[in-house]
Design a binder for this molecule. Structure first.
Ligand SMILES: [Zn+2]
Length: 222
């Protein structure tokens, strides 16, 4: 299992200085079909490791996957972020026991206020669904999968996804739909993913994944 280092960090929103957890190098042993990395060792450690990709301020709850030192927030952004974080129901309810997905939720709402691309917001929700699975939180896993699907679809409609990101994102919309029980929808998206892959060049691993998951979705849909 990888180690977690603690690094002094300054919150770009409220100025609080705190020690943030950062994952050092770690080994993975393959990936799940929604690309969630598998780690040797205990599931809970895995949740902690994925969680450490996000830095969250313990005072104001500002959160981001980016390095805090590189964030420069404008006056308007600060105002909107403070309001949004103060008014958020989930942060208020879960602040005390800090489930591992909470930091992703905080990063998502901060990302919305900062107008991050939908692909990035989708990635945050996808990662949140991974930590929920590793932590055994099924209901929240589905909630975040659904949110990831919505962001990814918005990204496919409105954003320029470079190279391999296009077929991978399309595949993920299919796979998350399948996991949510929408098998017919999933099958359509797998076909789309295959088509977009032809445009950027064949990716053997994705090709294999698409045919295996299509077969599974067809069986589940029957
Ligand atoms: Zn703060």
């Amino acid at each position: 299992m990888g180690e977690i280092r603690r690094v002094y960090t300054r919150c770009p929103l409220c100025g609080q200085i705190f020690r943030a957890a950062h994952a050092g190098s770690y080994i993975t042993v393959g990936r799940d079909t929604d690309l969630c990395p598998r780690f040797p060792g205990r599931r809970f450690d895995a949740a902690r490791l994925i969680r450490s990709e996000i830095t969250m301020c313990p005072r104001c709850n500002f959160a981001s996957a980016e390095d805090f030192r590189e964030l420069d927030l404008s006056f308007d952004e600060r105002y909107d972020l403070e309001e949004r974080l103060r008014g958020d129901g989930l942060l208020r309810i879960f602040r005390a026991n800090q489930p591992p997905w909470l930091a992703f939720h905080a990063a998502e709402i901060c990302g919305q206020e900062r107008r991050l691309p939908a692909r990035e917001l989708g990635d945050l929700c996808l990662r949140a669904s991974w930590v929920c699975r590793k932590a055994g939180e099924r209901a929240f896993e589905s909630t975040f999968q659904l949110r990831a699907v919505r962001y990814f679809m918005r990204a496919l409609d409105n954003e320029e996804l470079e190279g391999r990101r296009l077929p991978v994102t399309t595949y993920l919309v299919g796979e998350l739909n399948r996991r949510l029980g929408h098998h017919r929808e999933a099958l359509n998206w797998y076909v789309n993913a295959e088509r977009t892959m032809q445009a950027v060049g064949r990716m053997a691993w994705l090709d294999r994944l698409i045919s295996r998951q299509s077969k599974l979705a067809r069986e589940q849909a029957a």
